[in-house]
Design a protein around this ligand. Structure first.
Ligand code: PMV
Length: 330
């Protein structure tokens, strides 16, 4: 089983033309078929394939420079290099050729609140390193590099619908994400922010705890793999009811197994449950809306453009994203 460093060295060219600055943007992504549980914790290899939608211009912009000493600046503030997000980023940067890097990140989505900001951050870093060192890597290699930072970052290399193949190889060479050739201009994602606080249990720890202790975990990999297949079918036929209900059920199943771990993982707040009930009540009134939830209390809503006005009435604070609107930040 190779180490992270060996994987990086097998992917990047031996010699590179280092420029003064590398720069890139990567979108956050929301999984509709969730990734929960690793078959390899070193290389972030998942137990199941997953499928996501990228959040257009919501995500992370990275600027990276060769430096004498490491520095990380997030939204114009230098962060303490001993803090946990900084350590995670520094461990990742250590895999790459320069002795030290100065990294400037602009993140326009709350950090570590289960809104997939770490996916966008690691994907943006991988893309910016590719730019700095002029490696000219293909999307598959970039997705693998991003995965080494955070699993779901594998999917943030691309816009639109993205499928992360779980792969089977021990070195993870077939575990990468690719964009699906499907555009759904009417699809909307609503971000319901309950709190901007960081999650208490990281997804890395939560996954390990679930795989080790949940009596429900053995059913998950097959179930989630089937969800990914079913979602691809509903995307091909633009069947929103199946897409939404399958995605919502997948999130609820993931939270059921999180709750069944020991110590039990409860990522919800009372407001999370209230919002879920509100979504279900709206569906009873023929307003077609579904939710999904990750490793945090915030909810993401799925609906179609024609329902926007009604949904805004019920969720006045909702941040609405059109994943296919052409305004990607470059
Ligand atoms: O990539 P990580 O380690 O932050 O894990 C992400 C896990 C979920 O957000 C809960 C699900 C997913 O597929 O994004």
């Amino acid at each position: 089983m190779p180490t992270k460093l060996e994987v990086v060295q097998s992917l990047i060219p031996k010699h590179d033309k280092c420029r003064e600055i590398g720069e890139a943007f990567a979108p956050s992504n929301i999984a509709l078929a969730k990734y929960w549980g690793k078959r390899d914790t070193e290389l972030n290899l998942p137990q199941n394939s997953s499928l996501s939608i990228s959040l257009n211009n919501k995500g992370a912009h990275a600027k990276i420079f060769n430096a004498k000493e490491s520095e990380i600046i997030i939204n114009q503030h230098a962060i303490d290099l001993a803090s946990s997000p900084a350590r995670q980023i520094l461990n990742y940067l250590q895999l790459f050729p320069a002795k030290a890097y100065r990294l400037e990140l602009e993140v326009n989505i709350p950090f570590a609140a289960g809104l997939a900001s770490s996916a966008a951050v690691f994907a943006a870093i991988a893309l910016a390193l590719n730019d700095l060192h002029s490696w000219k890597l293909n999307v598959k290699s970039l997705s693998i590099l991003a995965r080494l930072g955070s699993g779901s970052a594998a999917r943030s290399i691309e816009h639109g619908f993205v499928l992360w193949h779980k792969g089977q190889e021990p070195d993870g060479s077939d575990s990468f994400a690719e964009k699906l050739d499907i555009i759904w201009p009417e699809l909307r994602i609503g971000l319901c922010l309950i709190t901007e606080e960081s999650k208490k249990i990281s997804s890395r720890v939560g996954m390990e705890q679930s795989v080790k202790t949940s009596p429900l975990y053995s059913a998950w990999p097959n179930y989630a793999e089937n969800v990914a297949t079913q979602l691809q079918q509903s995307l091909a036929t633009k069947d929103f009811s199946t897409l939404g209900s399958t995605a919502e059920h997948c999130a609820q199943t993931m939270h059921a197994l999180m709750l069944s771990a020991w110590p039990s993982l409860d990522y919800s707040l009372p407001e999370t449950l209230q919002l879920k009930q509100k979504v279900c009540a709206l569906r009873e009134q023929e307003i077609e809306i579904y939710f999904t939830q990750d490793a945090g209390p915030n909810l993401k809503l799925l609906f179609l453009a024609q329902q926007t006005a009604q949904i805004q009435q019920h969720f006045p604070q909702l941040l609405i994203i059109n994943p296919f609107e052409v305004n990607h930040v470059g």
